[in-house]
Design a protein around this ligand. Structure first.
Ligand code: NAG
Ligand code: NAG
Ligand code: NAG
Ligand code: NAG
Length: 566
């Protein structure tokens, strides 16, 4: 009898334990109910998929508040991603009705409250992607479960418009652009207003994102529209200063799209584009992926944010005062440029094909075009300084990747970190380089391959713990390190404070401009300083000067009347 009593007590106890869930949550739009998943005897997670944070968006308009709903909204399925091109760019998928977010809330034996909140902004070149990411069966890349559980934080992932519907701009007030950024901003504001009902602390919100998502995070720290809405930010492989993050001449591409959808390019263009078929508009935004060292792929990435005088009131480099109180982590992968330079110079991936040294010169000439001949000479001697008289193929191929990594990711990130720290009042600044070798290194990629673009994402989301196949112990180590640094930072502003980390990550400010190299082997020797200083110096100091000189020289050569006679 006593035994039975204990069993009943245990059963009742387990029942109570299994009931640790937020249940139905009241939000500004109405009630929502997610799914409660037991993780252990004293651990549960509530998962909400597909909560609307804004109304179904009007074409080329800023998002509006959701009108709300009656009854309890079942938030148990991901909503379709925003309408976008498929990978081959010949078809589309997704829906225009796409402004939804997902939330993961971990609990111990009682329902959580005042948890730190991390909001993920996905990447995909402002062209593709969704709040849940790619998936294999039910395993979604941006599933927040693992990092939420390990870090004891709430994770939110949001959807935003991409491609033509997210970023087409006529360069004026007709169609100002940046719709995708406004969507993200609406989601951030929604989280700030509603997360308390989910057990979150609206005073402790961190944005994190990768690639176009990292650049978006950076722009959210720079716009005046987010004052007080979040406290911290992490930009992984993307900042607002990246050469692909802002389109300088959006009008030109808007006209190309207009022609493809049979719209005139005169004053009726905007009105016509607004009425065009959304699938046709999306298809018309496909980019030319035929690239070469003379016309690198980055030049074709043109559907992206613009300096609209509104969300971005000025060039990003002039807006860092708005980020003075934001704690900021930014970094790049040590071979971030590989994915793009592989398109421009495909031979770098194949031992059987030689990559001529000439390709290094051609790629540099494209990237330094504004600086003219002098810039190319300077750049070439810098990147080949350690080549010796007879560089190996591996040396040449790696140099191509370095150039792409520096120009597209690493150097703009360093520039952003320097402006951030220079303008910071209370905000802290941390810098990293992620160098865990690609899992395809020596498989489909050369054996010298380091961390490719986007390799960091699966580690931040704890995939080595949830997807057993394809990962080994060293992957689980680096994944745990990153999740601990990231969630410690989200909770305290200091990546070292909280869960254990392999070594202390010092702050960035000078002297030294310290940074952390993140890798499964890391220890105190992975704290370094002055990341690629001569290269950062070339792109951020030398090249702008040479470009200015080149511009002035051309201008005076073009002037019909010599200056001195004026
Ligand atoms: C849950 O329990 C763990 C381990 O005891 C603790 O570190 C954490 O702070 C707890 N979280 C909450 C939300 O109470
Ligand atoms: C623009 O061009 C179209 C087609 O050529 C024409 O029908 C329309 O009247 C023009 N609109 C304006 C405002 O000029
Ligand atoms: C794509 O770009 C390449 C190289 O600039 C060019 O030769 C080709 O014609 C372009 N293709 C299209 C469809 O625009
Ligand atoms: C602060 O940022 C602005 C751009 O927003 C930049 O021009 C300025 O140099 C920075 N301030 C300092 C002290 O570096």
């Amino acid at each position: 009898m006593a035994k039975l009593g204990i069993l009943v007590a245990v059963a009742v106890f387990l029942e109570t334990v299994s009931a640790v869930s937020l249940g139905v949550v009241n939000t500004e739009g109405g009630m929502v109910e997610g799914e409660s998943i037991p993780l252990g005897p004293f651990r549960h997670i509530d998962v909400f998929r597909g909560i609307p944070f804004a109304d179904n968006p009007g074409r080329f308009q800023k998002p509006q508040r959701h009108p709300g709903w009656e009854g309890v909204l079942k938030a148990t399925e991901y909503k379709p991603r925003c309408l976008q091109l498929n990978t081959l760019m010949v078809d589309t998928s997704g829906s225009e009705d796409c402004l939804y977010l997902n939330i993961w809330v971990p609990h111990n034996s009682s329902v959580s409250k005042d948890l730190a909140v991390m909001i993920w902004i996905f990447g995909g070149g402002f062209q593709i992607g969704g709040s849940m990411g790619e998936h294999f069966l039910e395993d979604y890349l941006y599933d927040g479960h693992e990092i939420a559980d390990r870090g004891d934080v709430i994770v939110v992932t949001l959807g935003y418009r991409v491609g033509t519907l997210g970023f087409l701009s006529t360069g004026d007030s007709d169609l100002p652009g940046n719709y995708g950024l406004w969507d993200q901003q609406a989601a951030i504001a929604w989280v700030n207003r509603n997360i308390r009902s989910f057990g979150g602390d609206p005073e402790t919100i961190t944005l994190f994102g990768e690639s176009a998502g990292g650049a978006s995070v950076s722009m959210h720290t720079l716009t005046p529209y987010n004052k007080g809405l979040f406290k911290r930010a992490v930009s992984q492989s993307g900042v607002a200063l990246a050469p692909w993050a802002i389109t300088k001449d959006p009008r030109r591409f808007a006209e190309e799209i207009a022609l493809k959808v049979n719209c005139p390019t005169n004053d009726s263009m905007a009105a016509c584009l607004k009425m065009a078929d959304p699938v046709k508009l999306t298809l018309a935004g496909s980019i030319n992926i035929t690239s070469s060292p003379d016309n690198p792929i980055v030049n074709n990435l043109v559907l992206c944010p613009v300096v609209d005088g509104d969300f971005l009131p000025d060039e990003p480099s002039k807006l860092f005062h708005n980020a003075a109180e934001i704690d900021y982590i930014a970094g790049a992968n040590n071979m971030d440029g590989h994915i793009f330079t592989s398109l421009d110079v495909p031979s770098i991936n194949f031992n059987v094909f030689d990559t001529p040294a000439e390709d290094v010169k051609r790629l540099l000439a494209s990237y330094t075009k504004e600086g003219g001949e002098a810039a190319l000479t300077e750049a070439y001697s810098l990147y080949t300084q350690n080549w010796g008289s007879n560089p190996s193929q591996e040396t040449i191929k790696k140099t191509i990747v370095d150039i792409g990594t520096d120009y597209l990711f690493l150097v703009p990130t360093q520039a952003a970190l320097k402006l951030h720290t220079a303008n910071a009042t209370t905000g802290r600044t941390y810098s990293y380089v992620f160098s865990q070798p690609s899992r395809l290194s020596g498989v489909t990629f050369p054996s010298w391959m380091g961390a490719d673009h986007a390799d960091d994402v699966s580690y931040v989301f704890g995939k080595p713990f949830t997807t057993i196949i394809g990962y080994v112990q060293s992957h689980r180590d680096v994944s745990r390190y990153m999740m601990n640094y990231w969630t410690n930072f989200a909770k305290t502003g200091d990546p070292n404070k909280g869960e254990s980390v392999p070594t202390t990550w010092p702050e960035f400010p000078s002297p030294g401009h310290k940074y952390l190299e993140i890798n499964s082997d890391m220890d105190e020797d992975y704290v370094r300083q002055e990341l690629r200083l001569p290269f950062v110096n070339f792109w951020t100091v030398v090249l702008p000067k040479l470009s200015e000189a080149n511009f002035e020289q051309k201008a005076s050569a073009n002037a019909s009347v010599p200056e001195e006679t004026l």
